[in-house]
Every structure is written in structure tokens, then in C-alpha cells.
Design a binder for this molecule. Structure first.
Ligand code: CA
Length: 359
């Protein structure tokens, strides 16, 4: 892809320089959108991406294009954001595409699948590797256009009341782990549970569940899991670089002036970068606080990682055999992933293995 094409896709650099004189301000309409987030305000890094988007769009359009974010449950429940955008209940949404695998399993690749891409690799796939185009063609069938809208970076593997030393220790373990991660863990004998954020702590405290995953040190600390489950596993191999997405109702998008489309695209690209940068700022001190509080960090045993990786790819192959769209995306994704892994295994890993402290 040429640089010019990337700029066009990411919305960078085109509109901001010349278009916002007084003539522009007079000529363009006032537009008000509502954006439904799948997340509560308390998840400030994730929810905050919608605020970054809204503020930047307003600033870039002289205040004429206003987007107001609403947290999960204010207009629609978090898991109904895709329906709400599709039906035009709201013009836009901010969500995780793997919430909607019930509509099409392939949507998980717009967010994260176990043993998938890291945040950088996901951006490479989306902006330069054909990912955005692939998913635009899929989302168009739902009357939606999507934009990468943030990334948490590699997540943690979650909180366990007891140590997990072997594959056998996972059998019958009740773990809060939704989505594709839950699918893979269920193949290892885990009984996945789907619980909303606020319900996890009491269930873990009572022992109704044995374990839970959430995000990473910064978000996990706020929910207090370390008080009732001391073992903190890593990595969250089911979410090595989960991407959030902005959804826009396609008809509303097409009605926007070109300059407003540009403003939206550049703001979405900024939100995509900003979330990851913020997580990288707040996670390290949070991890140190957790360790000081007595948390015991544990790396997943290789036996479990290997079994999980095999289970994941067995499952992808099964899905690909059943569904042509899934097969098309999976085939492209798999080739891209292999190429990325071969490269990241050289300079990045070579440096990191030497320089990063082992725990
Ligand atoms: Ca997670």
C-alpha cells in the first residue's frame, strides 16, 4: 500500500490543513450523533477511547460534528451495541467484535482469537495487510462500517484460587472466561462461565467460580480479585492483542460530508493508538502494587500452552471447513500471522529476551 492510501484509510493529514477556514465553518451542517459503548465508565482506558474520538471529531469540525458517548446500559446493554448500530437506534458504537460471534464466528478476528496477533501485528494487518478491507466487506452486510478503535495489548491469564500446575488441574475448573478464549479452554476441560464485570468478585469470593480472567493489572486491581485469588497467571494467550472497534451505521456514514468522514477516521486512528499507550503507561505500576500486596505471579506451564494452541487451531480448521467467509478471513489471517511471527521472532524477540528482566 502506498503512503497516500494509508493516509486516506487512517484519515490522517488530509482534511486538517486547508479545510477549516470560515468558509468551511459556514458551509457545513451541525450533526449530533449518539455512540453506544459496550463498556462502563469505570473501565476508563477502554471507555475513554470513545471520549478521545468524540473530543477530536468536535475539535476538527469547529464543534459542528458532535458525538456523545453513552456507557453500557444507558441506551442499550453492552452486548446489544452491534444491533443498535445496525438498526440505527444509535449512529455509532464502541465495542469488541468478538462479542458478536453468535452472528458470525468470523467477527472474532476483528478483535482477538487465542494465539492470534499482538497489538502491533493487528495494526499491521488492519492498516496495511488488507484487514480493514476484508472486514468492511463483512460488516457491510450488517449495514455497518468499522474502524480499529483501541487495543489493550497482551492481557493477563487471570486469577486462580489454587495453583494450576498440569493440564489435569484444569479439568472441571470453573473459570469466568467468555468468547473464543472460553471455547478453547472448554476443550481443555475448563467449564467457562460468562459473568459481567460486577458479578465476578462475589462469585470468586464465595468460590462459585475457581478463577477469572479480566484484562490486565490496571483494570484487575480495581476489581480487587487479588484479595480472594492469589495466583495471577500470564500470558492471557487468548487475547495477545485484542482490538476494540468503532461501528458506524453505514447509511449515516454515507450522509456525512467528506470532511466529517475524514475527521472521524483520524480521530478513530488516534483513539486506537491512545488506548494502547495509556495501558502501557498504567499497567507497570499496577503490577508492582499487586506484587507488593502479595500476589503470586505464575507463568502458564508449557504443557497447557501447547495443548491450548493445538485446541485453538483445531477449532479454527473446523470453523473454516463449515463457512466460506470464515475460511477466506482465516486463510489470509493465518498466512499474515506466520509471516509476522517469523519476523517478530528475530529482532523484537532477540532484543526482548536479552533486555527484559525475567521474573
Ligand atoms: Ca480478557
Amino acid at each position: 500500500m502506498k503512503r497516500r492510501d494509508f493516509l486516506k484509510k487512517a484519515g490522517i493529514g488530509v482534511a486538517a490543513s486547508a479545510a477549516f477556514g470560515p468558509v468551511f465553518a459556514q458551509a457545513q451542517p451541525s450533526i449530533r450523533w449518539r455512540l453506544a459503548s459496550s463498556f462502563p465508565k469505570s473501565l476508563d482506558t477502554i471507555y475513554g477511547a470513545a471520549e478521545v474520538l468524540a473530543e477530536r471529531v468536535s475539535a476538527l469540525t469547529g464543534g459542528r460534528f458532535q458525538i456523545r458517548p453513552y456507557q453500557a446500559g444507558e441506551i442499550v446493554p453492552g452486548l446489544q451495541v452491534m444491533d443498535a448500530v445496525q438498526q440505527g437506534t444509535v449512529e455509532a458504537g464502541h465495542t469488541a467484535s468478538y462479542y458478536f460471534v453468535g452472528k458470525a464466528q468470523v467477527l472474532a478476528f476483528d478483535c482477538a482469537v487465542p494465539f492470534g496477533l499482538t497489538a502491533r501485528q493487528q495494526n499491521a494487518w488492519m492498516y496495511y495487510g488488507g484487514g480493514i478491507e476484508l472486514f468492511r466487506s463483512i460488516f457491510a452486510d450488517f449495514g455497518i462500517i468499522q474502524f480499529p478503535g483501541g487495543n489493550t495489548g497482551a492481557q493477563m491469564g487471570g486469577w486462580f484460587r489454587k495453583e494450576v500446575k498440569t493440564l489435569a488441574d484444569l479439568k472441571g475448573l470453573k473459570m469466568r472466561i467468555p468468547g473464543p478464549g472460553g471455547q478453547v479452554m472448554s476443550r481443555l476441560g475448563v467449564v467457562p462461565q460468562v459473568l459481567a464485570g460486577g458479578d465476578i468478585y462475589p462469585a470468586l469470593e464465595r468460590g462459585t467460580i475457581d478463577a477469572t480472567e479480566w484484562v490486565g493489572p490496571y483494570d484487575d486491581e480495581k476489581l480487587g480479585f487479588y484479595k480472594v485469588a492469589k495466583y495471577y497467571y500470564y500470558p492471557g494467550f487468548w487475547e495477545p492483542g485484542p482490538q476494540l472497534s468503532f461501528y458506524v451505521n453505514l447509511k449515516e456514514w454515507q450522509k456525512l460530508p467528506k470532511e466529517y468522514q475524514q475527521a472521524f477516521e483520524v480521530a478513530a486512528a488516534e483513539a486506537n493508538l491512545s488506548m494502547l499507550a495509556k495501558y502501557d503507561r498504567v499497567n507497570p505500576p499496577a503490577l508492582q502494587r499487586l506484587i507488593k500486596a502479595g500476589v503470586r505471579l505464575r507463568k502458564w506451564p508449557a504443557e497447557i500452552m501447547k495443548a491450548a494452541q493445538k485446541a485453538a487451531f483445531d477449532w479454527y480448521e473446523e470453523e473454516a471447513a463449515k463457512d466460506a467467509t470464515y475460511r477466506k478471513v482465516y486463510t489470509a489471517w493465518k498466512a499474515f500471522r506466520e509471516e509476522q511471527y517469523r519476523w517478530f521472532g528475530v529482532a523484537e524477540l532477540g532484543y526482548e529476551t536479552f533486555a527484559f528482566p525475567a521474573l
